[in-house]
Design a protein around this ligand. Structure first.
Ligand SMILES: Cc1cc2nc3c(=O)[nH]c(=O)nc-3n(C[C@H](O)[C@H](O)[C@H](O)COP(=O)(O)O)c2cc1C
Length: 196
């Protein structure tokens, strides 16, 4: 059986910077070696978490929507790629809405103390940002992803932050293309190596 790679694409704009950067990362991966599932969050129905904490009592979310598909796929994944544009120094709202629904994983692990049958996995975060950041603004997205990966029993293996897309879109940042491809290659080889 091939290892499972799940792609969570949290950009509202297809074929723009984040999607193009994701394509470059994927071009470094021998895709035929993986069972790939991609979720385009903009097309999915995901109710925002209401903080009802039903999950803390039952281990299940009250909402039945497209999150059921995502939770199942992520649960079975060997690797997860999270791709998002950088919005207000953080991940996009589409991405954050999905991440908040992973509270069900968090509560089962840390409140219900359920021993999860979930696989350990590898995680990669890809972000594109319009400006050249002045300080450590990218921490906003990194810290969100850190908790997300922790909740799904994933390591946080790579953080690709591509800035300056307002003045130079990803398609023109040619010097970064090989870095994106190589990181994709290394990330995927790490998944394969962890399984032998
Ligand atoms: C709502 C919104 C918020 C944004 N916030 C930031 C920001 O805080 N910092 C930044 O550098 N760029 C910001 N941007 C610019 C995007 O991060 C940038 O254009 C990104 O590459 C867009 O990805 P896309 O082309 O895949 O949509 C923002 C854009 C939007 C629409």
């Amino acid at each position: 059986m091939k290892p499972k790679l799940v792609i969570l694409f949290g950009g509202p704009r297809p074929e723009k910077n984040t999607d193009q950067a994701l394509d470059l990362v994927l071009s470094g991966i021998s895709i035929e070696k993986f069972d790939v599932t991609r979720f385009d969050l903009r097309k999915m129905k995901i109710h925002p978490c209401t903080g009802c904490y039903h999950c803390a009592e039952s281990g299940r979310c009250v909402f039945r929507d497209d999150m059921d598909l995502i939770l199942k796929a992520v649960n079975e994944a060997d690797g997860v790629i999270l791709a998002t544009p950088f919005y207000f120094n953080s991940v996009s709202a589409l991405t954050k809405t999905m991440i908040d629904r992973f509270q069900v994983k968090w509560t089962s692990k840390f409140m219900l103390k359920e021993r999860s049958a979930e696989k350990s996995k590898k995680g990669l975060l890809l972000v594109t940002a319009g400006a050249i950041q002045k300080k450590n603004e990218s921490d906003g997205a990194r810290l969100v992803a850190e908790l997300f990966f922790k909740s799904i029993r994933s390591t946080f293996d790579d953080f690709l932050f591509i800035e300056g897309t307002d003045s130079q879109p990803v398609s023109e940042q040619l010097e970064r293309h090989s870095w994106l491809r190589e990181t994709g290659e290394r990330f995927s080889e790490g998944i394969l190596a962890a399984l032998v």
